[in-house]
Ligand binder design. Structure first.
Ligand SMILES: Nc1ncnc2c1ncn2[C@@H]1O[C@H](COP(=O)(O)OP(=O)(O)OP(=O)(O)O)[C@@H](O)[C@H]1O
Ligand SMILES: [Mg+2]
Ligand SMILES: [Zn+2]
Length: 586
């Protein structure tokens, strides 16, 4: 492609709304353009990158026997009502009406549609297992769209779904492992280092889920890792051992005057007691599936040791709630009748109380007095808090907690989630009454797995991992072009040589961008570095007089003069060799 014939609106300006490298560089290199918050157009070189990532994904999906479809994004709400997610999903689901006032959704994911399609075709156990996928648009009304295409309101996803015979968890596990391996290959081929991380699988329980993370300080996910045994898990799901305290009983529970003491730290100082003796009490509002109004019965009190914090995802899963939010102070005062900051479950009725395991053994402890400026002291949890319905793991793991596998200290780092694989079970097949005739002559529900990859987010992550102060450094496997030809002046001999190399290479299916613009060389060099094509040759009269052109490698910034007559062959060899770095021999 000649530069003048394509559309690459590069810019020097750092756009104000962009704070992370990939977002800045995608805008500056003319890959994307913002239309509105969380909505971006892909411009030609952005599209070329996306197409390459899609093709890498396609190749690996085909290899594991996953079958490609293309589904609509405009979906009748009826399907979403059937699955229950019309009610469960909340404001992230984009809803609209057609001219006949019928409800529709712009699909954020496609379990419903694929289940609906397969329902009519899977009749017998002989039709299972089957894995289907598409690469298509998704819509999600994200609360905080940010980081450009990393978290957008509309984006491309590869989403795959597998169907297996009821109780054939081995078959599901096989597809799940195939996907996991395919994902590793996909990300490797894109030039990314990813870490598979054990992830939360929601309230359904027991089912497996794994996320593919790129470690990055800008990542929105927190990952817990044990450097000794290799345990890795998303914070939402991570478990740990904590320092145990041996408590001894110190008498009967008593109300104690604690004026102006509100925070855990104040309390710890005031009573001169370690935070391990304090019982932290939080009140949440839990919304269950299908409900759209909130009432008192849904308030839940959660307890954790004073030096720890509640993990809201764990609590939400324990409760089987679809949404969970901390109750605000006014609500607590009005609905439960306790001054915030002095809450505890002592003597409380009509509200569910759950506690983290760390609370179980506390004796001589302290909790709120359910009365302004008072706390209970000498609290013996077993004796004084019989209304705790369960002790379970509800705590947030801290850096330095101990690994439950090997006892070593855990580390925490941040990551970007690029892909997610998930064992679903029969939630959707049941909701859609999708049955097949099993070998024993009975009608049964297939079980499912689902498997997603964010396509633009993958491109952005590649940039996060591959850039420098001058711009992007594309791995050749996903680069918009392989070679950038930069004639110092596109005229005379330099033009002639540029045109010749250009047409010979594109005829051999190499992807070449020829900078034929009449601009100062400095501007062209800057653009070439910004766009980040792996190889560049600079063609100028001075070099040509000696029969040479300059070969430049974007990643290493190494320059070398090569004979113009051998340029084509050297370039081809370099490009081929570069590709081998992203190929998997297996
Ligand atoms: N708003 C978004 N913009 C761009 N890509 C997204 C967005 N939401 C999800 N993705 C991509 O789609 C993949 C599969 O979707 P999934 O529903 O598992 O994401 P998610 O759990 O909602 O992700 P997140 O926790 O980041 O919101 C994600 O791993 C991610 O790569
Ligand atoms: Mg999300
Ligand atoms: Zn360990």
């Amino acid at each position: 492609m000649k530069y003048s014939q394509t559309f690459i609106p590069t810019s020097k300006e750092v756009p104000r709304e962009a704070t992370i490298s990939s977002h800045i560089l995608m805008l500056r290199s003319g890959m994307i353009k913002k239309l509105s918050s969380g909505v971006y157009s892909l411009l030609p070189i952005g599209l070329r990158v996306i197409r390459k990532i899609e093709n890498i994904i396609r190749e690996e999906m085909d290899k594991i026997g996953s079958i490609e479809f293309q589904l609509p994004v405009l979906i009748p709400a009826e399907l979403w009502k059937k699955s229950g997610r019309w009610y469960a999903m909340g404001p992230e689901l984009m809803r609209l009406k057609d001219r006949n006032r019928q409800d529709f959704v712009l699909s954020p994911t496609h379990e419903e549609v694929f289940t609906d399609i397969m329902k009519d075709h899977i009749k017998s156990y002989r039709d299972l297992p089957i894995t289907v996928y598409q690469i298509g648009l998704k819509f999600r009304d994200e609360i905080r769209p940010r980081f450009g295409v990393m978290r957008a309101k509309t984006f491309l996803m590869k989403d795959a779904y597998s169907f297996h015979q009821e109780e054939d968890w081995d078959s599901l596990q096989k597809t799940y492992s195939d996907m996991s391996r395919a994902y590793k290959k996909i990300f490797y081929k894109c030039g990314l280092d990813t870490i598979p991380v054990e992830a939360d699988s929601g309230a359904m329980g027991g089912n497996k889920s794994e996320e593919f993370m790129v470690p990055s300080h800008i990542g929105e996910e927190e990952i817990v890792q044990c450097p000794s045994c290799g345990y890795v898990a998303n914070m939402e799901k991570a478990v740990s051992k904590i320092n145990e305290v041996s408590y001894t009983d110190c008498g009967n529970i008593e109300l104690y005057h604690t004026p102006n003491v509100k925070t855990i730290d104040d309390l710890s100082h005031f009573l001169n007691k370690g935070r391990e003796y304090l019982i932290k009490t939080m009140v949440y509002k839990a919304i269950s599936e299908g409900e759209d109004k909130k009432d008192e019965n849904q308030y839940v009190m959660a307890l954790v040791r004073g030096d720890l914090n509640i993990n809201e995802i764990k609590l939400k899963n324990y409760l089987g709630a679809v949404e969970l939010e901390p109750a605000d102070e006014r609500e607590i005062e009005e609905k439960i009748g306790i001054p915030p900051g002095f809450m505890s479950p002592v003597g409380l009725k009509g509200i569910r109380v759950v506690a983290d395991e760390s609370v179980r053994k506390i004796k001589c402890g302290v909790c709120g007095g359910n009365k302004r400026d008072y706390h209970f002291v000498n609290v013996n949890v077993e004796r004084d808090l019989p209304n705790i319905e369960a002790f379970t793991d509800l705590k947030t793991v801290r850096e330095g907690d101990f690994c439950t596998n090997c006892g070593n200290k855990l580390k925490i780092f941040r990551g970007i989630e690029l892909g997610h694989i998930f064992q679903l079970g029969n939630k959707y097949t049941k909701a859609f009454s999708m049955t097949y005739l099993a070998e024993d002559g009975k009608e049964k529900y297939p079980i499912m797995g689902c498997y997603g990859i964010g396509v633009e987010r993958t491109a952005a992550a590649v940039i996060e991992q591959n850039h420098d102060e001058d711009g992007i450094i594309w791995p050749i496997s996903v680069a918009p072009y392989h070679l950038y030809i930069l004639p110092i002046k596109y005229a005379g001999k330099a033009k002639e040589v540029s045109d010749r190399i250009y047409s010979n290479l594109i005829n051999q299916r190499y992807e070449v961008l020829l900078d034929d613009r009449e601009l100062r060389p400095g501007v062209k060099f800057k653009d070439a570095d910004l766009i980040g094509i792996p190889f560049r040759i600079t063609i100028g009269d001075k070099g040509l007089a000696k029969g040479k052109v300059e070969l430049y490698e974007r990643r290493t910034k190494k320059k070398e003069l090569i004979p113009v007559d051998e340029a084509e062959n050297i370039l081809k060899e370099k490009i081929e060799q570069e590709f081998t770095k992203y190929r998997i021999i297996s």
